[in-house]
Design a protein around this ligand. Sequence first.
Ligand code: SF4
Length: 196
Amino acid sequence: MSDEIYITPSDVLEYLYCPRFIYFGWILKIPQHEENRFKVMEGREIHEKKAFQNTDYLRIKLGVVNKENEVWMSAPPFHLKGKVDEVLFLSDGTAAPLDYKYAEWKGHIYANYRAQSILYGLLIKENYQREVNCGYIVYTRSKNHLVEMPIKREDFQKALLILKDILVIIQNEKFPKKTKWSSRCLDCCYKNICVK
Ligand code: SF4
């Protein structure tokens, strides 16, 4: 069964919110409802992305020499799959993910966005055999403000550990520890069935 398991960036965001989301969703197959903030944002983002994406535009100032749009990729060794808005190929031989966000730029990159970009970077490294040293995020609600996010080797290592942990929950049907932040339980869609 483990060969068929593919974790998505959405799964990772859920895990980072609370590891038990993986157990309830994957093992008990209890779907989340409208409160599922990750899926709701995805829907909005898809709409926005279509409006802002310019499929032919090359960001020359960033050193982009080529790009591919909306690339579905999987990385079997990591049990990871996902779709990257843009894969940028840079003049120094490296590659980078670019992700459109239906969000305003507030001066710092949220942990969720960082995590997604790192996972996209992993997919790119695995599929294109290119070095990935950074990711780009476009904030569509701040006039398409573009932010560059460095990605270090430790970031990839941390992401691999998270993927491994998620895989263990799924494969071993392991009931994980709850989130460290008890305030998250207050409006959680699983709070009535979650053993505290
Ligand atoms: S109730 Fe709390 S511990 Fe349980 S799944 Fe929700 S956030 Fe996690």
